[in-house]
Design a protein around this ligand. Structure first.
Ligand code: DQA
Length: 146
């Protein structure tokens, strides 16, 4: 079974970017954590990042038939992207929304997620651990086939 982890804009800067909010762990280190846990669980993970909204849309479209579920930290596109929302909705691929920070405890413009309503669930506020919770969440969706 394969899962697709998608990371949106500026997440390539993790480690250096606003460490008071996002911590000092880099995206490469998060990927190592995710791959280790996935290997223990016998699951294959493809872990990608793009600053381009269109590339993320294309990857969601292409995920159908190849991946059992998507785990996405859409970064700022979370709050703006009807295109990402439509891609998740159009493909129907089970998707888990994740964030490092608690978006509901931050600026008001971060409280609304464009993709939340078409995702199966949302995890936020656990720092890098949000990714491991996202992995667990995606697997529970697949196992219970809801
Ligand atoms: C984020 C939260 C978003 O509001 C922000 O634009 C990001 C990161 C998070 O992981 O906490 O880029 O998705």
């Amino acid at each position: 079974m394969k899962l697709l982890f998608l990371n949106g804009p500026n997440l390539n800067l993790l480690g250096k970017r606003e460490p008071g909010i996002y911590g000092k762990t880099t995206l490469a280190q998060i990927e190592v954590m995710v791959q280790k846990r996935a290997a223990e669980l016998g699951v294959a993970v493809d872990f990608r990042q793009s600053n381009s909204e269109g590339e993320l849309v294309t990857w969601i479209q292409q995920a159908v038939g190849e991946f059992a579920a998507v785990v996405i930290n859409a970064g700022a596109y979370t709050h703006t992207s009807i295109a990402l929302r439509d891609a998740i909705s159009a493909t129907g691929i089970p998707t888990v929304e994740i964030h490092l920070s608690n978006i509901h405890a931050r600026e008001e413009f971060r409280h609304h997620s464009m993709i939340a309503a078409v995702c199966r669930g949302q995890i936020c506020g656990f720092g890098p651990h949000s990714y491991l919770l996202g992995l667990d969440g995606a697997l529970s969706l697949i196992k219970t086939a809801i």
